[in-house]
Design a protein around this ligand. Structure first.
Ligand code: FES
Length: 296
């Protein structure tokens, strides 16, 4: 076995082309629209950190899609992604089964979430964003923070990872828009009550764009540092195509190389909203084509 300069074993030498295949080892339907895939990806699993993402390519006629890591296990050599089947890329990915190989996964990409001992950290997951919030909450906890988690969704069936988040959190709150579970209302209702009751040092929010925008609006008067994980359209994931352009603090940034985390109070939310809306019709057409069995 080859070794590092310090004499420790170099496990890279153990890797064979077969051991690097991105084989699906676990698949779970977390809700009618949310799918979990655990995939063999030993090199990514060894270096992944909270907040980073991978670019997944499902096949010759597919687009590359960015998915932030929900979990990873360096010993097993696997990564876990959780995604909502909302567009062509994610619907195609959802068709992979245990034992099948995903053609290409690259990463980990992006800057990890800045983790330190802030004091009290509120970590908010909205819908599928909870999958990304979990490793952030865990890293915040491991750094010594008092961690408060808020999970929000439209309705009960869309709440995911409740037990996993509770196992990490010092306090946990759940909200649903329709009141079918937890508190009726938005995550920002719970957040406001928390900030009224105690000193909060940082808020990290990951979820749908409107949710993150309103979290930013809610924390601004309190002067609480607020980080959001943005997911605009990404094409190459390398900073070359410009597809993931966002304006933050008046400067143009590329989410794939400068983010995905940004200061929520500095994001140009109107611009981000209109750029996402631009792609909506195209996504809708692709979705309908796939649902009708028209995948090419
Ligand atoms: S995805 Fe192309 S620049 Fe970021």
């Amino acid at each position: 076995m080859s070794t590092h300069v310090d004499g420790s074993p170099c496990r890279l030498a153990d890797l064979t082309p077969d051991s690097l295949r991105n084989t699906v080892v676990r698949k779970e339907k977390l809700s009618p629209v949310l799918t979990l895939l655990e995939i063999n990806a030993p090199l990514i699993a060894r270096s992944a950190r909270a907040g980073q993402f991978v670019m997944v390519w499902s096949g010759e006629h597919s687009e590359r899609i960015p998915l932030t890591l929900s979990d990873w296990n360096a010993d097993k050599g696997t990564i876990t992604i959780i995604f909502q089947e909302v567009g062509r890329g994610t619907m195609e990915l959802g068709r992979f089964d245990i034992g099948q190989d995903i053609p290409s996964i690259s990463g980990p990409l992006g800057h990890p979430t800045e983790i330190e001992n802030y004091g009290t950290a509120v970590v908010i997951g909205g819908g599928v964003g909870t999958a990304i919030a979990r490793p952030v909450a865990l890293a915040m906890k491991n750094a010594g923070n008092h961690v408060i988690t808020i999970i929000g969704a439209r309705e009960k069936s869309l709440i995911i990872l409740e037990d996993e988040m509770r196992a990490i959190a010092d306090e946990q709150f759940i909200t649903t828009d329709d009141g079918s579970y937890g508190r009726k209302g938005l995550v920002t209702d719970a957040l406001k009550d928390i900030m009224d009751a105690q000193k909060v040092n940082i808020v990290v929010a990951i979820g749908p764009l409107p949710m993150m925008r309103f979290v930013a609006k809610t924390t601004e008067p309190y002067g609480v540092k607020t980080i959001v994980s943005l997911d605009p359209i990404m094409i190459d994931g390398t900073g070359m195509c410009g597809g993931c352009r966002v304006t933050v603090g008046g400067k143009t940034m590329f989410t794939c190389v400068d983010g995905p985390d940004f200061d929520a109070h500095q994001v140009d939310w109107d611009e981000l909203k209109s750029r996402k809306a631009f792609y909506f019709d195209e996504e809708k057409a692709a979705r309908e084509s796939l649902t009708a069995g028209g995948a090419k």
